[in-house]
Design a protein around this ligand. Structure first.
Ligand SMILES: O=P(O)(O)O[C@H]1O[C@H](CO)[C@@H](O)[C@H]1O
Ligand SMILES: O=c1cc[nH]c(=O)[nH]1
Length: 294
């Protein structure tokens, strides 16, 4: 087996992986991702102990224990370009032997739980509610750079491409489902579920107009009017489809939990986002520590 070159698997002088600045032993097999580095502290403050605190750029990591479960929380920053870095480097930490620079024969499966913020496009979903992304639609393009498309939800992709008819705008959506087992861990009457759209930006790519005119004038209406096998598009954010796609390609499990801060249909934005995110963190940690299967 050939070993990975130093320009491909990039290690820092202390042997840590290039961007995340982590050694293989620094990560747990259950990993919480958050966009905002500040949110890493908001999660790890509930740990019983913290053994690792490391970071570089927007990628801050804390690893510790909560009720005997080892957990890592890591910030991804914003966008699927960062998700490409975080997921590839987490997988390298788990599944590449750094001394020999070879992919291990026996692979580890990571459980990845995103705790993020999001905006809903449905008037009936209130701000400050929680939502689990059953599937994610990527309008960003990341997955198109990877060969294997067998893990994508091709049936939903086909229906969506026909419905949107946005080929002329150079937008080719990809669709990936969340992990069914992780979904069960977080299912609750207090958590909405739906299809999440992952966008390549916050303003134009989410149909927000400040000063610039949108190219896709029917953006929100087209998304809101799509349904597939009884499911509808519920919310917009910027990471979930990339996480779902790369996790599936690499054999990891992933689910995304969203604190709904914006309602684009009613033009409202949460005035108490911090409290909502804190409640979602507590909900997610409680479910994680009480489920022996994760
Ligand atoms: O709150 P986080 O996790 O960063 O998630 C959402 O918030 C950011 C935009 O404000 C994007 O990253 C979006 O996905
Ligand atoms: O509307 C929103 C709110 C949070 N994050 C997003 O990406 N969009």
């Amino acid at each position: 087996m050939s070993s990975l070159g130093s320009s491909e698997l990039i290690l820092n002088p202390d042997g840590s992986i290039y961007h995340l600045n982590l050694l293989p032993e620094d990560i747990a097999e259950t990993i919480i991702t958050v966009g905002d580095p500040e949110r890493v502290h908001e999660v790890s403050k509930y740990f019983d102990s913290i053994e690792i605190r490391k970071g570089k750029r927007e990628f801050l990591t804390h690893t510790g224990h909560l009720s005997r479960k080892r957990l890592t929380v890591i910030s991804t920053g914003i966008g699927t370009d960062n998700i490409d870095i975080v997921l590839n480097e987490l997988d390298a930490l788990a599944n590449i032997d750094f001394p020999s620079r070879q992919v291990k024969n026996k692979k580890k499966q990571l459980g990845i739980i995103r705790i993020g913020t999001s905006g809903t496009i449905r008037p009936e979903i209130p701000i400050d509610s929680f939502l689990m992304s059953t599937s994610a639609i990527g309008l960003d393009g990341l997955l198109h750079f990877y060969e294997d498309s067998s893990h994508r939800n091709r049936a939903m992709e086909k229906a969506l491409i026909k419905h949107l008819d946005w080929g002329g705008h150079h937008i080719v959506p990809y669709v990936v489902d969340s992990d069914a087992h992780l979904r069960k861990v977080f299912v609750s009457p207090d958590v909405y579920s739906g299809i999440t759209v992952t966008n390549s930006g916050f303003y134009g790519p989410q149909g927000r107009i400040l000063r610039l005119a949108p190219k896709v004038s029917d953006f929100q209406d087209k998304l809101a009017s799509f349904s597939f096998e009884g499911q509808q598009i519920t919310n917009l954010e910027m990471e979930t489809a990339g996480i779902y796609g790369l996790a599936k390609l690499m054999g990891h499990k992933a689910v995304s939990l969203n604190a709904i801060l914006a309602n684009r249909a009613t033009a409202e934005f949460s005035t108490d986002g911090g409290k909502t995110i804190d409640s979602l963190i507590k909900f997610a940690l409680e479910r994680l520590v009480n489920d022996p299967s994760v």
